[in-house]
Design a protein around this ligand. Structure first.
Ligand code: GLP
Length: 261
């Protein structure tokens, strides 16, 4: 895992956008795995800016979102459909037919989830997956105890997750208790992954996920065995990492090396 430590939220957003842009220029029909939550908002804002000011085009990009609350319709203001449209899709030149988000109103959920996996496969798999991390270590909505080989399915949310996400709803009772999420195995099949985290309240879980043992109790910890993960984290989120100095030393070395080639 490559650990990149930046000063603050703005800097991690810019760094992540820089990587996305680089991959997009290499492969204009990139298959992007997208996340929601507050963390990737800065990245999306920066991608929108790059589209407007630098002509970065998303015309051929295909996207698959990690998850959606079960029971929320796409036009519900707290649905991840609404979030993606408002914060990214409506502001870039992406073809909406190429975007995929699990349907929170899917009827035959088992069949629906299988089809979602098939669609990813048909596109050739996810090239670059963007991830945030929940305070209990979840990626997507893969709560503690999720099989590390899990695929897209319906999950019951942890109390902590419901509490954390209640800030977006009028009251905690409105927060859905279920979600459709791609699995840990689905995420691990991505060719490359960017893990983003910012702020003090993520420091504890980031230390466990990156430097602790690999365990289904912290599903993000499985990223340690993926060959191509870039963790882009701000100072606050890295305050509990034991090997912080080493990661910074490595990054400096990479910068110097790049200057000479
Ligand atoms: C939700 C999403 C996750 C996200 C997490 C953290 O539970 N399903 O994909 O990583 O929230 O959100 P935030 O970035 O707001 O801390």
């Amino acid at each position: 895992m490559e650990v990149i430590i930046k000063k603050n939220y703005e800097a991690i957003s810019e760094e992540a956008a820089r990587v996305v842009k680089e991959r997009l220029l290499e492969k204009p029909d990139l298959v992007l795995g997208l996340a929601t939550g507050s963390t990737p908002l800065g990245l999306y804002k920066e991608l929108v800016r790059m589209h407007r000011e630098e002509g970065l085009s998303f015309k051929k990009v295909r996207t698959f979102n990690l998850d959606e609350y079960y029971g929320l319709s796409p036009d519900h203001p707290q649905s991840y459909h609404y979030f993606m449209n408002a914060n990214l899709f409506s502001q870039i030149d992406i073809d909406l037919a190429n975007t995929h988000i699990p349907d929170g109103l899917a009827k035959n959920v088992g069949k629906y989830c299988l089809e979602y996996e098939e669609k990813i496969e048909k596109c050739g798999g996810i090239d670059l997956q963007i991830l945030g991390i929940g305070r209990d270590g979840h990626i997507g909505f893969n709560e503690p105890g999720s099989s590390l080989a899990s695929r897209t399915r319906i999950k019951t949310l942890e109390e902590q997750t419901v509490k954390d996400n209640s800030r977006f709803f009028k009251s905690i009772d409105e927060v859905p208790r279920y979600a459709i999420t791609t699995g840990v195995g689905t995420v691990m099949d991505s060719k490359e992954i960017i893990l983003l985290a910012s702020g003090k309240n993520k420091a504890g879980i980031i230390a466990k996920a990156i430097e602790g043992p690999v365990t289904s109790q912290i599903t993000a910890s499985i990223l340690q065995v993926h060959p191509q993960v870039i963790a882009i984290l701000d100072e606050e989120a890295t305050s509990s990492l034991k090997r912080k100095d080493y990661y910074k030393f490595v990054e400096e070395g990479v910068k110097k090396f790049k200057k000479h080639v």
